[in-house]
Design a protein around this ligand. Structure first.
Ligand code: TXA
Ligand code: MG
Length: 389
């Protein structure tokens, strides 16, 4: 396995050519995108694509996103791009390159494992300079899920990729190290159904941005709303964090049962989960702090890690690691916390695990804009232990 270290903004052709050749020849190459690192394989090569599933321990029924550098590659991944409805083209114009994956009719030349028993494929054009150049040099569509072991937080640095996959990557495979990812949560996955857009997975492009750009209704897949029902004030008033958590856990169980199948197969699996137990409170900052202090007092014999917006002067003794993320002088607006939390979340979950924290307490954000994607990941990482206060 090789690691190619490159500049995140102006990667040289030379350093990426070797990685691109490796990809084209059927090896696995992890690379940075603006969202998270992807584990790439030539999407036309069935053996290469199958290796993605075994390296990640990924369930075989979970389809992969295919990445392209520009619109000239679209006819390689979807059969009749000119026949796509007008709003699809509008979405591509507005958000590509960028953190948006669009579900399209699949081109039959793609490796079958990319789209297990499905007639559609998720297509994305990333805007990270390294991903852009790598895809151009590879000159083939590249299937790439997030480059983590299935179930773990997605990787936002090359080090995270190596932590999960170094033993799976073989001679000929490699990791392109282009620094840390900026958005930090994955792309938004959408499909056009009739005269509306359905969000299968919230991500780096918000529902509000889609509504503004497309001028047609944008709705959330009911599975996503399902994972939010217990975060309402009514639900949180009904019981303690623990009881809210256990009702949510039964919902997570339901999501894995046969009857409840979200349209994006990946959404039904346990996800983004560190070893520590995650708990999330959001809403009034003072009450968030009170809940965290209560929790810390009740778990005085356990080590905690905490993520909040503001630092506290009176930090409980059993807090092992603390990240107060802002807003700061350099990023002063209210939405800065949501942006920084998005960017830092997966990295911090991994770091807190390395410190063996037993619990991770997180100050959440309102589930709007980018906050919807962040809260969706937090809901999964915490197995539903999310409370509005
Ligand atoms: O930001 C991202 O999207 C990253 C970077 C590497 O591009 N990739 C990523 O891939 O997050 P992955 O495999 O971890 O998540 C892909 C999600 C899964 O939930 C999968 O079920 C869904 O997209 N998906 C892929 N193809 C689909 C299809 N044809 N229909 C419905 N859902 C699909
Ligand atoms: Mg993933």
């Amino acid at each position: 396995m090789k690691v190619w270290k490159v500049s995140s903004t102006q990667p040289s052709d030379e350093s990426l050519r070797e990685a691109a050749n490796a990809l084209r020849q059927g090896n696995l190459v992890a690379f940075p995108t603006e969202t998270v690192y992807g584990l790439g394989a030539n999407a036309l090569n069935e053996n290469a694509v199958r290796r993605i599933f075994s390296a990640k321990g990924r369930p075989a029924d979970n389809p992969l996103i295919v990445h392209i550098a520009d619109l000239s590659a679209l006819p390689q991944v979807t059969a009749n791009p000119d026949d796509l409805p007008e709003p699809v083209h509008r979405a591509m114009e507005a958000f590509w390159p960028g953190p948006l994956t669009i579900i399209l009719p699949v081109h039959p030349q793609l490796a079958p494992s990319v789209h297990p028993s499905m007639s559609t494929v998720g297509v994305r054009m990333p805007n990270h300079p390294v991903a852009q150049k790598l895809l151009r040099l590879a000159d083939c569509p590249v299937a790439a899920p997030s480059a983590n072991k299935s179930g773990k937080p997605s990787p936002t640095t090359a080090g995270d990729v190596l932590e999960d996959l170094s033993t799976e990557l073989l001679n000929g495979d490699g990791v392109v190290d282009g620094g840390s990812c900026d958005v930090g949560v994955e792309s938004t996955v959408i499909a056009f159904e009739g005269d509306k857009v359905v969000i299968y997975r919230p991500g780096g492009v918000s529902k509000e941005q889609l509504e503004d750009a497309l001028g047609i209704p944008v709705v959330l897949d009911p599975h996503i709303e399902q994972s939010y029902t217990h975060t309402t004030p009514a639900a949180s008033k009904a019981g303690s964090a623990e009881s809210a958590g256990s009702s949510a856990q039964s919902k997570a169980g339901q999501a894995e049962s046969e009857e409840f199948v979200p349209r994006s197969p990946g959404m039904k699996y346990r996800h983004y989960a560190p070893n520590a137990q995650v708990r999330v409170w959001w809403g009034d900052a003072r009450r968030v702090k009170e809940r965290m202090q209560d929790f810390a007092a009740k778990h005085a014999d356990e080590q905690l890690a905490v993520i909040t917006r503001h630092p506290w002067l009176d930090c409980p003794e059993n807090v092992l690691c603390w990240a107060a993320l802002g807003p700061s002088a350099s990023e002063p607006t209210a939405s800065a916390y949501e942006r920084i939390l998005s960017r830092e979340l997966y990295r911090l979950l991994r770091e807190f695990d390395r410190h063996h924290a037993a619990h991770i307490l997180i100050e959440g954000v309102p589930p709007t804009g980018l906050g919807l994607a962040v809260m969706n990941r937090l809901t999964k990482a915490s197995e539903g232990r999310v409370q509005q206060v």
